[in-house]
Design a protein around this ligand. Structure first.
Ligand SMILES: O=c1[nH]c(=O)c2ncn([C@@H]3O[C@H](COP(=O)(O)OP(=O)(O)OP(=O)(O)O)[C@@H](O)[C@H]3O)c2[nH]1
Ligand SMILES: [Mg+2]
Length: 197
């Protein structure tokens, strides 16, 4: 079976990439699947593109093969786009999805339902040895609830209601999330490249 390396240590992302690529008969391996220990990439960029490139390029030059990386986050209008680039560690170190959700809900306490608009963004970087890195971006529009609902997905999924739905992303099963997510909307733009693998 063909393989592709995804430069992520996030189990939730890894699961979604495995599901997308399995449909193309490609095995997606995350950094958690590799036998060799892979050092953490420092995400020092000031944009999603820069961070995605850091992850894809560092792992690609280490392994000397093409690598795909995902830098993603949640942008909430009433919070001027926060947590944004800092979505993974919004409530501080170590990374804690529950604490991040608590912080967001606290900050939105006084914000009315119609002003709780938000979107997920996913920037994918493709790094190929000897070639310039390329990028694709996907979004998913929605609203932030006032309490957590659902057990599926990861991150902020329990407080994010996608546009056109009345349940949270965490109440959708993975098949449904994978039809509308920011990650899906970025991955479908890589269709041509995926065929060359
Ligand atoms: O509810 C969510 N559903 C999603 O589908 C989703 N995608 C991203 N996010 C949030 O944004 C951070 C990414 O930060 P990030 O790109 O640096 O990834 P990460 O640090 O978790 O792993 P890595 O890929 O860097 O190893 C994540 O941790 C989450 O908080 C999501 N939340
Ligand atoms: Mg990260």
């Amino acid at each position: 079976m063909k393989q592709i390396i995804i430069a992520t240590k996030n189990k939730g992302k890894a699961k979604e990439f495995k599901e997308f690529f399995a449909k193309k008969s490609i095995e997606a391996l995350s950094l958690l699947d590799l036998d060799q220990a892979i050092p953490d990439v420092e995400e020092t960029g000031s944009t999603f593109e820069e961070n995605a490139a850091l992850k894809a390029e560092q792992i690609s030059s280490l392994l000397k093969i093409p690598v795909l990386a995902d830098d993603s986050g949640l942008m909430i209008d009433a919070l001027d786009g926060r947590p944004g680039l800092f979505s993974a560690r919004y409530a501080g170190e170590p990374k804690d999805d529950k604490a991040n959700i608590k912080k967001v809900l606290e900050e939105l306490k006084e914000v009315s339902e119609d002003k709780r608009t938000a979107r997920f963004i996913c920037v994918l970087a493709v790094a190929i040895p000897g070639e310039a890195t390329t990028f694709r971006t996907g979004y998913c529009e929605g609203k932030i609830t006032d309490s957590e609902k659902g057990e599926n997905g990861f991150g902020y999924d329990p407080i994010f209601v996608p546009e056109g739905y009345d349940v949270t992303m965490a109440e959708l099963d993975s098949e449904e999330k994978n039809q509308i997510s920011h990650r899906r909307n970025a991955i479908i733009q890589l269709e041509k490249w995926i065929h060359t693998l």
